[in-house]
Design a protein around this ligand. Structure first.
Ligand SMILES: Nc1nc2c(ncn2[C@@H]2O[C@H](COP(=O)(O)OP(=O)(O)OP(=O)(O)O)[C@@H](O)[C@H]2O)c(=O)[nH]1
Length: 419
């Protein structure tokens, strides 16, 4: 059963606000993906330019569908595993693990060919062995929730693609590791400007009312900001949430952005300020962006998980994640084929994403260069470079997404916005 559905069944239906539908933007916060969402209208060519690569112009072999191994995935996953689990992964030697992943992928791609027993094996964990944890994240805007999510789960293929049913519960991400699944939820609205408008009041009350839904509450404070420009509302929030010992929920305080604090003794000052609050079981000093302290935080969470079936199918990718992957794959191919500084000085954006009736995906991405000469290098002689990039990326995306992909790449000169 989904977490939000459980929440509703616990009598929290009043939290939903039909006027304010929340779009689930699952944990994909890589800046490049965000930049794809902030397209400036004035940068669009007035008439659509013909694509420099259009996969329909090529006949791409279908034989490798669902069997070829995505090269980005293992690499990123290994990096995340290394960072979070000291490279232990699921306990198997890496080679063995990779082989098993390959077999799993092949089995999942052809469900008709495996019996139920094998399917359980392929998905990995029987329901009775599954452990789950729901984690609510509390923090002021900019405290660093997305960056933390990105680091913890951004490279794990385990996400959902559904909208949360209440305005106060936005699922940020899902991390599935071994037999444990952790679902992270945003709990916005706890810190609002002094605003007496009724809808703001309702939102704040709803946010407070929803806090107890989660197994764990993680309170995130931007410790750098707290030291340089403290916000009394944040201090009050930390104090309020920590003032009493909790029976049904564990609460932890995460002091984030420690990488920005030069004098480490300043961190101790903050720790000292909050150290006597009985409501917090643990304190963590972290940098969600750089990854310091995240290993310990993750391990702590894994240990808190309870025996409960998973809420989310770990084999399903979210649409946001797929969008992000599509950018990653194309970029990887570009880096492989263009050995100059160009990949680093151009803007690469996702312009269009459409799921067609037949289940296939139409993905349009643009490369924006500042100079015509850069455009020329990227396109290559008679489109040879961009053609190669497009062909290889199209193949890999088709194999990753297990469906037909119609990839369109366009290289154009325009204003570059690199973050
Ligand atoms: N140096 C540093 N910057 C960080 C860290 N965590 C987040 N940031 C930066 O802080 C800014 C805000 O981070 P987000 O992760 O978007 O913050 P958020 O809490 O999700 O913000 P809202 O979406 O407004 O709620 C971004 O520019 C991040 O890159 C960190 O550990 N160190």
């Amino acid at each position: 059963m989904q977490v939000w559905r459980r929440a509703l069944e616990r009598g929290l239906t009043s939290l939903s606000n039909p006027n304010n539908s929340t779009c689930l933007s699952i944990f994909v916060s890589l800046s490049r993906f965000r930049s794809s969402q902030t397209l400036q209208d004035d940068e669009e060519p007035s008439t659509p330019a013909p694509a420099d690569f259009d996969s329909t112009d090529f006949s791409i072999s279908h034989t490798k569908l669902a069997t070829s191994k995505p090269i980005w995935d293992a690499k990123y996953r290994a990096r995340a595993d290394q960072a979070l689990f000291r490279g232990k992964g699921s306990g198997l030697p890496l080679k063995e693990e990779e082989r098993e992943e390959e077999e799993e992928e092949a089995a999942l791609a052809n469900p008709d060919e495996v019996d139920e027993e094998e399917m359980v094996e392929a998905v990995g964990v029987r329901e009775e062995d599954q452990r789950s944890l729901s984690v609510g994240l509390v923090g002021a805007p900019n405290a660093g929730k997305s960056a933390l999510m990105n680091f913890m789960v951004g490279t794990k293929i385990s996400a959902v693609s559904r909208k949360s049913n209440t305005t106060t519960h936005e699922m940020l991400g899902v991390m599935t590791k071994g037999n444990t699944q952790i679902c992270f939820f945003d709990t916005p609205g706890l810190i609002s400007k002094r605003d007496s408008r009724p809808d703001v009041k309702v939102r704040v009350e709803s946010a407070w009312g929803s806090l107890n839904l989660y197994d764990i509450l993680v309170v995130i404070v931007d410790v750098h900001r707290h030291l340089t420009k403290p916000d009394s509302r944040v201090t009050r929030l930390v104090m309020n949430l920590g003032k009493e010992e909790q029976q049904k929920q564990k609460r932890v305080l995460c002091m984030n952005k420690i990488d920005l604090v030069e004098a480490k003794k300043d961190l101790l000052k903050v720790a000292d300020q909050f150290k006597d609050l009985p409501g917090y079981e643990r304190y963590f000093m972290i940098s969600g962006l750089r990854g310091s302290g995240i290993k310990d935080l993750t391990q702590y969470m894994m240990e808190q998980a309870v025996k409960r079936p998973w809420d989310e199918d770990p084999t399903v990718m979210s649409e946001d994640m797929m969008k992000n992957i599509s950018l990653e794959v194309v970029r990887e191919k570009m880096l492989h084929h263009i050995h100059q500084e160009i990949p680093y000085v151009i803007d690469h954006r996702l312009m269009n994403w459409n799921e067609l009736k037949d289940g296939s995906l139409r993905i349009e991405q643009h490369f924006i260069t500042t100079k015509q000469s850069q455009r020329q290098i990227l396109v290559g002689k008679k489109g040879s470079k961009i053609g190669r990039i497009g062909m290889e990326a199209n193949e890999e995306l088709r194999s990753l997404f297990k469906r037909e992909v119609h990839l369109i790449l366009l290289v154009r000169v325009g204003r570059v916005n690199i973050r």
